[in-house]
Design a protein around this ligand. Sequence first.
Ligand SMILES: [Zn+2]
Length: 470
Amino acid sequence: MKRLTHLESYVRSVRPEFETMLGDLVETPSVSSDPRRAEDIARTATLAKQCAERLGAQAQIVTTSGYPVLSGGWDVGKQYPTLTIYNHLDVQPAQEPEWKQDPFVFRKEGNQYRGRGTTDDKGPALTALFACKYAVDQGVPLNLRFLWELEEEIGSPNFQDALDQRHVVPRPDSVLVSDTIWVSRQRPAISTGLRGLVAARLSLRTGTTDVHSGLTGGGARNPLAELCAAVHACVDARTGRVKIPGFYDEVLRPTAAEMKQFLSSGFQVSRFKKAYGFRSIRTENCSDLLKRIWAAPTFEVHGLPGGHMGPGVKTVVPPSGEVRVSMRLVPNQHPRKIFSRLKAHLKKHNPDVRVESSGQLEPFRGVTQGPYAQALHQAVQAGFGKSPSLIREGGSIGAVALMERAWKVPILFFGLSLPEHGYHAPNECFDWGQASGGIRTFVEYFSRVADHSAGGDSSLRSSGQALRSE
Ligand SMILES: [Zn+2]
Protein backbone atom coordinates (compact mmCIF):
# COMPACT_ATOMS: atom_id res chain seq x y z
CA MET A 1 0.00 0.00 0.00
CA LYS A 2 1.09 3.54 -0.65
CA ARG A 3 2.55 4.92 2.55
CA LEU A 4 0.50 7.78 3.86
CA THR A 5 2.56 10.30 5.76
CA HIS A 6 1.53 12.90 8.23
CA LEU A 7 -2.13 11.91 8.21
CA GLU A 8 -2.50 12.72 11.89
CA SER A 9 -1.00 16.17 11.55
CA TYR A 10 -3.13 16.79 8.45
CA VAL A 11 -6.28 15.85 10.38
CA ARG A 12 -5.31 18.23 13.20
CA SER A 13 -4.37 21.03 10.87
CA VAL A 14 -7.59 21.08 8.83
CA ARG A 15 -9.89 21.25 11.81
CA PRO A 16 -10.34 25.08 11.85
CA GLU A 17 -11.08 25.17 8.12
CA PHE A 18 -13.48 22.22 8.45
CA GLU A 19 -15.35 24.04 11.20
CA THR A 20 -15.56 27.31 9.28
CA MET A 21 -16.94 25.56 6.21
CA LEU A 22 -19.42 23.52 8.25
CA GLY A 23 -20.56 26.67 10.04
CA ASP A 24 -21.15 28.51 6.76
CA LEU A 25 -23.10 25.59 5.31
CA VAL A 26 -25.23 25.08 8.44
CA GLU A 27 -26.12 28.76 8.57
CA THR A 28 -27.54 28.54 5.05
CA PRO A 29 -30.91 26.86 5.68
CA SER A 30 -31.19 24.53 2.69
CA VAL A 31 -34.60 23.06 3.55
CA SER A 32 -35.59 21.42 0.28
CA SER A 33 -39.21 20.80 1.27
CA ASP A 34 -39.87 24.51 1.85
CA PRO A 35 -40.26 26.55 -1.36
CA ARG A 36 -39.46 29.72 0.60
CA ARG A 37 -35.93 28.39 1.01
CA ALA A 38 -35.20 28.23 -2.73
CA GLU A 39 -32.72 31.10 -2.48
CA ASP A 40 -30.91 29.43 0.40
CA ILE A 41 -30.59 26.28 -1.68
CA ALA A 42 -29.01 28.30 -4.48
CA ARG A 43 -26.66 29.95 -1.97
CA THR A 44 -25.75 26.51 -0.59
CA ALA A 45 -24.77 25.35 -4.08
CA THR A 46 -22.50 28.37 -4.56
CA LEU A 47 -21.03 28.00 -1.10
CA ALA A 48 -20.34 24.30 -1.55
CA LYS A 49 -18.67 24.95 -4.89
CA GLN A 50 -16.41 27.49 -3.19
CA CYS A 51 -15.54 25.00 -0.41
CA ALA A 52 -14.51 22.39 -2.97
CA GLU A 53 -12.52 24.89 -5.01
CA ARG A 54 -10.74 26.15 -1.92
CA LEU A 55 -9.46 22.60 -1.42
CA GLY A 56 -8.23 22.47 -5.00
CA ALA A 57 -11.08 20.48 -6.55
CA GLN A 58 -12.91 21.54 -9.63
CA ALA A 59 -16.65 21.80 -9.11
CA GLN A 60 -19.71 22.41 -11.24
CA ILE A 61 -23.26 23.32 -10.38
CA VAL A 62 -25.33 20.98 -12.53
CA THR A 63 -28.79 22.31 -13.23
CA THR A 64 -31.83 20.01 -13.23
CA SER A 65 -35.58 20.66 -13.50
CA GLY A 66 -35.48 21.11 -9.73
CA TYR A 67 -32.65 22.08 -7.43
CA PRO A 68 -29.11 21.66 -8.76
CA VAL A 69 -26.58 18.93 -8.02
CA LEU A 70 -22.89 19.62 -7.40
CA SER A 71 -20.44 17.50 -9.28
CA GLY A 72 -16.68 17.75 -9.11
CA GLY A 73 -13.45 16.37 -7.77
CA TRP A 74 -9.87 15.78 -8.70
CA ASP A 75 -9.12 14.04 -12.00
CA VAL A 76 -5.62 12.68 -11.73
CA GLY A 77 -5.47 10.48 -14.81
CA LYS A 78 -7.70 8.52 -17.18
CA GLN A 79 -5.68 5.36 -16.53
CA TYR A 80 -6.82 5.31 -12.91
CA PRO A 81 -10.17 4.17 -11.53
CA THR A 82 -12.73 6.74 -10.44
CA LEU A 83 -14.52 6.71 -7.11
CA THR A 84 -17.52 8.98 -6.52
CA ILE A 85 -18.70 9.89 -3.04
CA TYR A 86 -22.34 10.77 -2.66
CA ASN A 87 -23.66 13.16 -0.01
CA HIS A 88 -26.55 15.61 0.16
CA LEU A 89 -26.55 19.21 1.29
CA ASP A 90 -30.27 19.83 1.68
CA VAL A 91 -31.72 19.45 5.16
CA GLN A 92 -34.89 18.57 7.02
CA PRO A 93 -37.14 21.39 8.27
CA ALA A 94 -36.43 22.42 11.87
CA GLN A 95 -39.71 23.50 13.40
CA GLU A 96 -39.70 21.12 16.37
CA PRO A 97 -40.43 22.98 19.62
CA GLU A 98 -37.66 20.99 21.38
CA TRP A 99 -34.84 22.95 19.71
CA LYS A 100 -32.71 24.53 22.44
CA GLN A 101 -31.16 27.01 19.98
CA ASP A 102 -31.81 28.57 16.61
CA PRO A 103 -31.36 25.51 14.37
CA PHE A 104 -29.67 27.59 11.67
CA VAL A 105 -27.07 29.14 13.92
CA PHE A 106 -23.90 27.04 14.03
CA ARG A 107 -22.66 26.42 17.56
CA LYS A 108 -19.43 24.77 18.54
CA GLU A 109 -19.22 23.33 22.03
CA GLY A 110 -15.96 21.52 22.63
CA ASN A 111 -15.91 18.68 20.13
CA GLN A 112 -19.58 19.09 19.26
CA TYR A 113 -21.07 21.00 16.36
CA ARG A 114 -24.72 21.99 16.68
CA GLY A 115 -27.27 23.02 14.09
CA ARG A 116 -29.56 21.59 11.42
CA GLY A 117 -27.61 19.66 8.79
CA THR A 118 -24.47 19.11 10.88
CA THR A 119 -24.78 15.31 10.81
CA ASP A 120 -27.27 14.94 7.93
CA ASP A 121 -25.40 15.38 5.77
CA LYS A 122 -23.17 18.49 5.62
CA GLY A 123 -20.62 17.29 8.20
CA PRO A 124 -20.05 13.91 6.48
CA ALA A 125 -19.85 15.62 3.05
CA LEU A 126 -17.04 17.90 4.24
CA THR A 127 -15.34 15.01 6.03
CA ALA A 128 -15.15 13.11 2.74
CA LEU A 129 -13.98 16.23 0.91
CA PHE A 130 -11.07 16.79 3.30
CA ALA A 131 -10.13 13.11 3.00
CA CYS A 132 -10.10 13.38 -0.81
CA LYS A 133 -7.86 16.45 -0.66
CA TYR A 134 -5.33 14.57 1.48
CA ALA A 135 -5.37 11.47 -0.71
CA VAL A 136 -4.86 13.55 -3.85
CA ASP A 137 -1.98 15.49 -2.26
CA GLN A 138 -0.39 12.17 -1.30
CA GLY A 139 -0.59 11.01 -4.89
CA VAL A 140 -3.10 8.20 -4.36
CA PRO A 141 -3.74 7.06 -7.95
CA LEU A 142 -7.49 7.41 -7.96
CA ASN A 143 -9.81 9.97 -9.52
CA LEU A 144 -11.81 11.15 -6.54
CA ARG A 145 -15.13 12.78 -7.29
CA PHE A 146 -18.08 13.99 -5.26
CA LEU A 147 -21.75 14.25 -6.06
CA TRP A 148 -23.77 16.47 -3.71
CA GLU A 149 -27.51 16.47 -4.05
CA LEU A 150 -29.91 19.20 -2.88
CA GLU A 151 -33.17 17.23 -3.08
CA GLU A 152 -32.41 14.10 -1.04
CA GLU A 153 -34.83 14.95 1.75
CA ILE A 154 -37.69 15.19 -0.75
CA GLY A 155 -36.99 11.88 -2.49
CA SER A 156 -34.54 12.91 -5.23
CA PRO A 157 -37.22 13.81 -7.82
CA ASN A 158 -34.77 15.39 -10.30
CA PHE A 159 -31.53 13.54 -9.57
CA GLN A 160 -31.90 11.55 -12.79
CA ASP A 161 -31.60 14.84 -14.73
CA ALA A 162 -28.11 15.25 -13.34
CA LEU A 163 -27.16 11.62 -14.06
CA ASP A 164 -28.26 12.10 -17.66
CA GLN A 165 -25.61 14.82 -18.13
CA ARG A 166 -22.74 12.40 -18.49
CA HIS A 167 -20.18 15.00 -19.53
CA VAL A 168 -20.48 16.72 -16.13
CA VAL A 169 -21.52 13.73 -14.04
CA PRO A 170 -19.27 10.96 -15.40
CA ARG A 171 -19.84 7.33 -14.62
CA PRO A 172 -17.39 6.20 -11.91
CA ASP A 173 -16.06 2.71 -11.22
CA SER A 174 -17.61 2.64 -7.76
CA VAL A 175 -19.66 4.78 -5.40
CA LEU A 176 -19.44 5.40 -1.69
CA VAL A 177 -22.61 6.81 -0.12
CA SER A 178 -22.03 8.63 3.14
CA ASP A 179 -25.47 9.29 4.58
CA THR A 180 -26.21 6.53 7.10
CA ILE A 181 -26.27 6.08 10.88
CA TRP A 182 -24.41 3.80 13.24
CA VAL A 183 -26.31 1.93 15.92
CA SER A 184 -24.02 3.04 18.73
CA ARG A 185 -20.85 5.12 19.09
CA GLN A 186 -19.15 2.02 20.48
CA ARG A 187 -19.16 0.19 17.18
CA PRO A 188 -18.94 1.49 13.62
CA ALA A 189 -21.66 0.23 11.32
CA ILE A 190 -21.72 -0.33 7.58
CA SER A 191 -25.18 -0.36 6.05
CA THR A 192 -25.66 -3.03 3.43
CA GLY A 193 -29.19 -2.32 2.34
CA LEU A 194 -31.94 0.28 2.22
CA ARG A 195 -35.67 -0.12 2.35
CA GLY A 196 -37.76 1.22 -0.51
CA LEU A 197 -41.09 2.95 -0.34
CA VAL A 198 -44.55 2.92 -1.88
CA ALA A 199 -46.71 5.80 -0.70
CA ALA A 200 -50.40 6.04 -1.54
CA ARG A 201 -53.50 8.08 -0.92
CA LEU A 202 -56.76 6.20 -0.45
CA SER A 203 -59.87 8.32 -0.83
CA LEU A 204 -63.60 7.80 -0.85
CA ARG A 205 -66.49 10.13 -1.63
CA THR A 206 -70.08 9.03 -1.00
CA GLY A 207 -71.89 12.38 -0.72
CA THR A 208 -71.61 16.09 -1.39
CA THR A 209 -71.91 17.71 2.02
CA ASP A 210 -71.82 16.98 5.76
CA VAL A 211 -75.12 15.48 6.83
CA HIS A 212 -76.73 14.99 10.26
CA SER A 213 -76.30 11.53 11.68
CA GLY A 214 -79.68 11.79 13.43
CA LEU A 215 -81.47 12.39 10.14
CA THR A 216 -79.43 10.17 7.81
CA GLY A 217 -77.31 7.88 10.00
CA GLY A 218 -77.99 4.22 9.36
CA GLY A 219 -78.77 4.88 5.73
CA ALA A 220 -75.79 7.08 4.86
CA ARG A 221 -72.48 5.43 3.99
CA ASN A 222 -69.63 6.60 6.19
CA PRO A 223 -66.46 7.17 4.11
CA LEU A 224 -64.15 7.46 7.11
CA ALA A 225 -65.35 4.17 8.57
CA GLU A 226 -65.09 2.49 5.15
CA LEU A 227 -61.54 3.75 4.78
CA CYS A 228 -60.70 2.33 8.22
CA ALA A 229 -62.06 -0.99 6.98
CA ALA A 230 -59.93 -0.69 3.84
CA VAL A 231 -56.86 -0.21 6.01
CA HIS A 232 -57.88 -3.21 8.10
CA ALA A 233 -58.09 -5.24 4.90
CA CYS A 234 -54.47 -4.32 4.19
CA VAL A 235 -52.79 -4.71 7.56
CA ASP A 236 -53.23 -6.33 10.95
CA ALA A 237 -52.71 -3.17 12.97
CA ARG A 238 -51.65 -5.02 16.13
CA THR A 239 -48.99 -7.29 14.65
CA GLY A 240 -48.07 -5.25 11.57
CA ARG A 241 -48.64 -8.27 9.34
CA VAL A 242 -49.58 -7.06 5.86
CA LYS A 243 -52.62 -8.84 4.38
CA ILE A 244 -52.30 -7.79 0.74
CA PRO A 245 -52.06 -11.04 -1.27
CA GLY A 246 -48.56 -11.61 -2.65
CA PHE A 247 -47.07 -8.79 -0.56
CA TYR A 248 -44.29 -10.95 0.90
CA ASP A 249 -43.65 -13.08 -2.21
CA GLU A 250 -40.33 -11.53 -3.26
CA VAL A 251 -38.96 -10.67 0.20
CA LEU A 252 -35.36 -11.78 0.72
CA ARG A 253 -35.17 -12.87 4.32
CA PRO A 254 -31.99 -12.06 6.25
CA THR A 255 -29.62 -15.01 6.56
CA ALA A 256 -28.53 -16.40 9.93
CA ALA A 257 -25.11 -14.79 9.43
CA GLU A 258 -26.75 -11.46 8.73
CA MET A 259 -28.91 -11.72 11.84
CA LYS A 260 -25.77 -12.40 13.85
CA GLN A 261 -24.23 -9.21 12.46
CA PHE A 262 -27.39 -7.25 13.32
CA LEU A 263 -27.22 -8.50 16.90
CA SER A 264 -23.56 -7.60 17.25
CA SER A 265 -24.14 -3.98 16.23
CA GLY A 266 -24.67 -2.72 19.77
CA PHE A 267 -28.41 -2.27 19.30
CA GLN A 268 -30.42 -2.19 22.52
CA VAL A 269 -34.20 -2.40 22.70
CA SER A 270 -34.33 -0.14 25.77
CA ARG A 271 -32.23 2.54 24.09
CA PHE A 272 -34.37 2.34 20.97
CA LYS A 273 -37.50 2.89 23.07
CA LYS A 274 -35.95 5.78 24.92
CA ALA A 275 -34.53 7.43 21.82
CA TYR A 276 -37.95 7.57 20.16
CA GLY A 277 -40.02 8.12 23.30
CA PHE A 278 -42.05 4.90 22.98
CA ARG A 279 -44.26 3.71 25.84
CA SER A 280 -44.71 0.34 24.21
CA ILE A 281 -43.70 -1.33 20.97
CA ARG A 282 -44.80 -4.42 19.05
CA THR A 283 -41.97 -6.62 20.31
CA GLU A 284 -39.34 -6.40 23.05
CA ASN A 285 -37.32 -9.20 21.46
CA CYS A 286 -34.11 -7.75 20.04
CA SER A 287 -33.73 -10.02 17.05
CA ASP A 288 -37.42 -9.76 16.14
CA LEU A 289 -37.26 -5.97 16.45
CA LEU A 290 -34.14 -5.68 14.26
CA LYS A 291 -35.70 -7.89 11.63
CA ARG A 292 -38.79 -5.69 11.67
CA ILE A 293 -37.03 -2.32 11.37
CA TRP A 294 -34.27 -3.28 8.94
CA ALA A 295 -35.21 -6.36 6.99
CA ALA A 296 -38.99 -6.60 6.77
CA PRO A 297 -41.55 -4.59 4.81
CA THR A 298 -44.22 -2.52 6.54
CA PHE A 299 -47.61 -0.91 6.04
CA GLU A 300 -48.17 2.38 7.89
CA VAL A 301 -51.03 4.84 8.23
CA HIS A 302 -49.74 8.42 8.37
CA GLY A 303 -52.88 10.48 8.49
CA LEU A 304 -56.63 10.28 8.22
CA PRO A 305 -57.99 13.74 7.54
CA GLY A 306 -61.75 14.19 7.25
CA GLY A 307 -64.96 14.71 9.20
CA HIS A 308 -65.30 16.90 12.23
CA MET A 309 -61.90 17.97 13.57
CA GLY A 310 -62.98 20.98 15.69
CA PRO A 311 -63.75 21.07 19.41
CA GLY A 312 -66.74 19.31 20.93
CA VAL A 313 -69.17 16.88 19.40
CA LYS A 314 -70.64 17.44 15.98
CA THR A 315 -72.68 14.51 14.81
CA VAL A 316 -71.98 14.71 11.12
CA VAL A 317 -71.62 11.99 8.57
CA PRO A 318 -68.88 13.37 6.30
CA PRO A 319 -69.28 13.13 2.53
CA SER A 320 -65.69 12.09 1.91
CA GLY A 321 -62.45 11.14 3.52
CA GLU A 322 -58.94 10.07 2.74
CA VAL A 323 -56.15 8.15 4.34
CA ARG A 324 -52.43 8.50 3.62
CA VAL A 325 -50.49 5.28 3.80
CA SER A 326 -47.09 3.97 2.84
CA MET A 327 -45.24 0.70 2.69
CA ARG A 328 -41.51 0.31 3.32
CA LEU A 329 -40.11 -2.36 1.02
CA VAL A 330 -37.06 -4.55 1.42
CA PRO A 331 -34.55 -5.69 -1.22
CA ASN A 332 -36.06 -7.75 -4.03
CA GLN A 333 -39.55 -6.26 -3.66
CA HIS A 334 -40.68 -4.08 -6.57
CA PRO A 335 -42.51 -0.81 -5.87
CA ARG A 336 -44.63 -0.99 -9.03
CA LYS A 337 -45.68 -4.58 -8.40
CA ILE A 338 -46.52 -3.83 -4.78
CA PHE A 339 -48.56 -0.78 -5.73
CA SER A 340 -50.58 -2.75 -8.26
CA ARG A 341 -51.19 -5.51 -5.70
CA LEU A 342 -52.46 -2.89 -3.24
CA LYS A 343 -54.73 -1.46 -5.91
CA ALA A 344 -56.09 -4.85 -6.96
CA HIS A 345 -56.66 -5.88 -3.36
CA LEU A 346 -58.60 -2.73 -2.48
CA LYS A 347 -60.61 -2.91 -5.68
CA LYS A 348 -61.87 -6.29 -4.58
CA HIS A 349 -62.44 -5.13 -1.02
CA ASN A 350 -64.20 -1.84 -1.83
CA PRO A 351 -64.34 -0.77 -5.47
CA ASP A 352 -65.32 2.81 -4.56
CA VAL A 353 -62.04 3.52 -2.79
CA ARG A 354 -59.69 5.47 -5.05
CA VAL A 355 -56.04 4.52 -4.78
CA GLU A 356 -53.44 7.02 -6.01
CA SER A 357 -49.68 6.73 -5.85
CA SER A 358 -47.84 9.44 -3.93
CA GLY A 359 -44.33 8.29 -4.77
CA GLN A 360 -42.17 5.20 -5.00
CA LEU A 361 -38.56 4.37 -4.18
CA GLU A 362 -36.73 1.15 -4.97
CA PRO A 363 -35.22 -0.83 -2.11
CA PHE A 364 -31.51 -1.43 -2.41
CA ARG A 365 -28.98 -4.12 -1.56
CA GLY A 366 -25.38 -2.90 -1.36
CA VAL A 367 -22.14 -4.74 -1.98
CA THR A 368 -21.20 -6.94 0.97
CA GLN A 369 -18.42 -9.08 -0.49
CA GLY A 370 -15.46 -8.70 -2.80
CA PRO A 371 -12.54 -6.27 -2.88
CA TYR A 372 -14.50 -3.07 -2.26
CA ALA A 373 -16.37 -4.45 0.74
CA GLN A 374 -13.13 -5.84 2.13
CA ALA A 375 -11.30 -2.55 1.60
CA LEU A 376 -14.06 -0.67 3.39
CA HIS A 377 -14.10 -3.10 6.29
CA GLN A 378 -10.34 -2.72 6.77
CA ALA A 379 -10.48 1.04 6.37
CA VAL A 380 -13.10 1.38 9.11
CA GLN A 381 -11.00 -0.80 11.37
CA ALA A 382 -8.01 1.45 10.69
CA GLY A 383 -9.94 4.71 10.97
CA PHE A 384 -11.88 4.01 14.14
CA GLY A 385 -9.88 1.20 15.70
CA LYS A 386 -12.87 -1.14 15.75
CA SER A 387 -14.24 -3.60 13.24
CA PRO A 388 -17.60 -2.54 11.80
CA SER A 389 -20.85 -4.49 12.06
CA LEU A 390 -22.95 -4.97 8.96
CA ILE A 391 -26.44 -3.62 9.41
CA ARG A 392 -29.31 -2.45 7.24
CA GLU A 393 -30.92 0.92 6.93
CA GLY A 394 -34.67 1.05 7.52
CA GLY A 395 -35.03 4.22 5.49
CA SER A 396 -34.60 5.02 1.83
CA ILE A 397 -32.17 7.14 -0.22
CA GLY A 398 -33.82 7.73 -3.57
CA ALA A 399 -30.61 8.65 -5.39
CA VAL A 400 -29.00 5.27 -4.71
CA ALA A 401 -31.30 3.20 -6.90
CA LEU A 402 -30.94 5.81 -9.65
CA MET A 403 -27.13 5.64 -9.57
CA GLU A 404 -27.31 1.86 -9.56
CA ARG A 405 -29.55 1.81 -12.62
CA ALA A 406 -27.56 4.47 -14.50
CA TRP A 407 -24.09 3.18 -13.78
CA LYS A 408 -24.32 -0.50 -12.77
CA VAL A 409 -21.26 -0.13 -10.53
CA PRO A 410 -20.70 -1.29 -6.95
CA ILE A 411 -22.30 1.03 -4.40
CA LEU A 412 -21.17 0.89 -0.78
CA PHE A 413 -22.31 2.78 2.28
CA PHE A 414 -20.36 4.32 5.06
CA GLY A 415 -22.00 7.02 7.14
CA LEU A 416 -20.77 8.87 10.20
CA SER A 417 -23.96 9.80 12.01
CA LEU A 418 -24.66 8.52 15.52
CA PRO A 419 -28.02 7.93 17.21
CA GLU A 420 -27.33 10.82 19.61
CA HIS A 421 -26.77 13.20 16.70
CA GLY A 422 -30.49 13.92 16.37
CA TYR A 423 -30.84 12.73 12.78
CA HIS A 424 -34.12 14.19 11.39
CA ALA A 425 -34.79 15.40 14.93
CA PRO A 426 -34.41 18.51 17.08
CA ASN A 427 -30.98 19.58 18.40
CA GLU A 428 -29.07 17.95 15.56
CA CYS A 429 -25.32 17.78 16.07
CA PHE A 430 -22.10 16.25 14.73
CA ASP A 431 -18.74 15.90 16.38
CA TRP A 432 -15.05 16.07 15.66
CA GLY A 433 -14.54 12.48 16.82
CA GLN A 434 -16.68 11.24 13.92
CA ALA A 435 -15.21 13.76 11.48
CA SER A 436 -11.58 12.94 12.28
CA GLY A 437 -12.24 9.17 12.34
CA GLY A 438 -14.13 9.68 9.10
CA ILE A 439 -11.22 11.43 7.39
CA ARG A 440 -8.89 8.59 8.43
CA THR A 441 -11.34 5.94 7.26
CA PHE A 442 -12.01 7.56 3.88
CA VAL A 443 -8.29 8.08 3.26
CA GLU A 444 -7.58 4.43 4.12
CA TYR A 445 -10.39 3.32 1.86
CA PHE A 446 -9.17 5.38 -1.09
CA SER A 447 -5.66 4.12 -0.70
CA ARG A 448 -6.78 0.49 -0.42
CA VAL A 449 -8.99 0.77 -3.50
CA ALA A 450 -6.10 2.36 -5.41
CA ASP A 451 -3.84 -0.38 -4.13
CA HIS A 452 -6.11 -3.18 -5.31
CA SER A 453 -6.27 -1.76 -8.79
CA ALA A 454 -2.53 -1.10 -8.95
CA GLY A 455 -2.03 -4.72 -7.90
CA GLY A 456 -3.67 -5.74 -11.13
CA ASP A 457 -7.09 -6.35 -9.65
CA SER A 458 -8.89 -5.32 -12.79
CA SER A 459 -12.20 -6.21 -11.17
CA LEU A 460 -11.98 -2.81 -9.53
CA ARG A 461 -12.32 -1.15 -12.89
CA SER A 462 -16.00 -1.38 -13.18
CA SER A 463 -17.25 -4.57 -14.67
CA GLY A 464 -20.65 -3.87 -13.20
CA GLN A 465 -22.57 -6.85 -12.00
CA ALA A 466 -19.55 -9.08 -11.57
CA LEU A 467 -18.71 -7.25 -8.40
CA ARG A 468 -22.15 -7.26 -6.89
CA SER A 469 -22.30 -9.94 -4.27
CA GLU A 470 -25.98 -10.76 -4.73
ZN1 LIG B 1 -29.38 12.25 4.91
